[in-house]
Design a protein around this ligand. Structure first.
Ligand SMILES: NC(=O)c1ccc[n+]([C@@H]2O[C@H](COP(=O)([O-])OP(=O)(O)OC[C@H]3O[C@@H](n4cnc5c(N)ncnc54)[C@H](OP(=O)(O)O)[C@@H]3O)[C@@H](O)[C@H]2O)c1
Length: 324
């Protein structure tokens, strides 16, 4: 098989494509021929040694993939050779073949293509967990999404609408704002050129959003939290902006508001059945056309490092995939 190999924690450009023996499944495992692998911000952090999980070196990056099962080990009941499937493995997906525990692999419903399916587990799984399980977002509530044209951000715009919320998108450029509006956001603003607190106030009649979805952190988090509604829920999703913000604790007190942590990987490990339910509900929305995941670019394995560079330098909209 061919795979993108990380030999040492370094910039994505230090990765190289190498040929290795094809994997064989052990008991309880399957091997999938990868048709598309989703690229996520944490992949780039992991390659650089800046993620909370540091795999032993060398390793193959890539957390999720969709493809066709080509070999099945003993004791695997729900999968068979030739079946279309999607897998979340944390690493190993930027390769022509992926060996996975069968428990981490789900059959793909007809009508869901490989590229879209490959982008669902992490970004959309995180967003479902954040909005449904953690924030308990209700129909009619107002949701503010920061970084609203990015991977988890655009997912939050669409899932927020599917849950019946009014969605305000906030992005770092006018082009990204237009993209979020095209995917269903009701209103929005550009936080690079407009005053975040003023715009939130104007768009919510001074009340503030009930739920804030924040994958950006850095300098936007504190002013956003200061704008939240009474009883609001602030979802701490990530820090793509760079700095992990510090928040004065009088702010949640003054708003009767909650600061809510989101850690999808740990949730999926601790409660796989709840995660599977979230993904099944989401797949239903995708098949009905209510949620339309955006795959904005495809990269070969050789251009995989460029995919990570584009994420790190803020050039990506929606999701991108590697198609080995
Ligand atoms: N908690 C969890 O379980 C979980 C799961 C998945 C991902 N995450 C985290 O969520 C964050 C977003 O992940 P993603 O895959 O959606 O990434 P992404 O597609 O790159 O989106 C991140 C967004 O952050 C904004 N941003 C602001 N400053 C930035 C900067 N200096 N560099 C890069 N982006 C910047 C960008 O929007 P603008 O240009 O519009 O500002 C960008 O669209 C990451 O921190 C990731 O680690 C957390």
């Amino acid at each position: 098989m061919r795979a993108l190999i990380c030999q040492t924690f370094d910039q994505p450009e230090a990765l190289s494509v190498q040929t290795q023996p094809d994997p064989t499944p052990g008991p309880g495992e399957v091997v999938m021929e990868v048709r598309a692998a989703g690229v996520n911000y944490p992949d780039a952090l992991m390659v650089m040694g800046q993620y909370q999980i540091k795999p032993p070196l060398p390793f193959i990056p890539g957390a999720e993939a969709a493809g066709v099962i080509v070999a099945v080990g003993e004791n695997v009941r729900h999968l068979h050779v030739g079946q279309r499937a999607v897998a979340f493995t944390g690493t190993g997906a930027f390769a022509s073949h992926l060996k996975a525990d069968a428990g981490a692999v789900m059959p793909l419903p007809d009508g869901l293509d490989f590229e879209v399916a490959a982008t669902l587990p992490l970004a959309y799984g995180t967003t479902m967990h954040a909005l449904v399980d953690r924030a308990r977002l209700q129909a009619g509530e107002t949701l503010l999404v920061l970084g609203a044209a990015g991977g988890v951000g655009l997912a939050a715009v669409m899932i927020g609408k599917a849950l019946g919320a009014r969605v305000i998108a906030a992005t770092g450029s006018d082009e990204k704002l237009q993209l979020a509006l095209d995917h269903g956001a009701d209103e929005g603003f550009n936080y690079a050129s407009e005053d975040l607190r003023e715009r939130i106030k104007a768009l919510t009649d001074g009340k503030g959003p009930d739920v804030i979805f924040d994958p950006v952190g850095d300098r936007y988090a504190e002013p956003a939290f200061r704008s939240i509604a009474w009883g609001g829920r602030y979802l701490v999703v990530g820090f793509a902006g760079g700095e992990i913000p510090r928040l004065p604790l009088n702010l949640p007190l003054l708003k009767g508001a909650s600061l809510v942590g989101v850690f999808w990987g740990e949730f999926a490990k601790r409660d796989p059945a709840a995660n599977a339910r979230n993904l099944a509900r989401l797949s239903g929305w995708v098949l009905e056309g209510q949620v339309r995941p955006l795959v904005s670019e495809r990269y070969t394995l050789e251009r995989g490092p460029q995919a990570m560079r584009d994420l790190l330098e803020r050039r990506v909209t929606g999701k991108v995939v590697i198609t080995p």
